[in-house]
Write a protein of this length. Structure first.
Length: 114
């Protein structure tokens, strides 16, 4: 699999505004925020998208999901709520082929997304 931007952020080769990290995942602010709080969470175990989840270790996937929730909590989003988005493939406009969860919050979000 080719190296992506997020591999380089995880490796510390490209700076990022990190808001949460543990042994399993890293969370950093999106460079082009779409909400007052817009953070990306990536697992340290690489996969291209959530479409590859069935081939992954379920314990690692569980730790990734827990890291998403812990990030949202650390950002103070628990009370007001937040949205978690996995853009997957071309119709969803996934631009970085390394799985990432968008956490969006800090305002009332509209539904459905465009
Ligand atoms: P996707 O469209 O693949 O779901 O989301 C990729 C996200 O990465 C976009 O929201 C985009 O703004 C963000 N992004 C692109 N380049 C950078 C970067 O260099 N640093 C950070 N922090 N975010 C980036």
């Amino acid at each position: 699999m080719e190296e992506t931007l997020f591999d380089r952020i995880i490796a510390g080769e490209i700076p990022a505004d990190i808001v949460f990290e543990n042994d399993h995942a890293l969370a950093f602010r999106d460079i082009n925020p779409q909400a007052p709080v817009h953070v990306l969470v990536v697992p340290r175990t690489r996969m291209r998208s959530i479409a590859e989840a069935p081939e992954q270790d379920p314990r690692e996937l569980g730790c990734f999901v827990q890291a998403i929730a812990e990030t949202a909590k650390a950002l103070g989003l628990e009370e007001g709520g937040y949205r978690v988005v996995f853009n997957t493939g071309k119709d969803a406009l996934q631009t970085v082929p390394y799985i990432h969860a968008h956490i969006l919050g800090g305002r009332r979000l509209s539904w459905p997304p465009g």
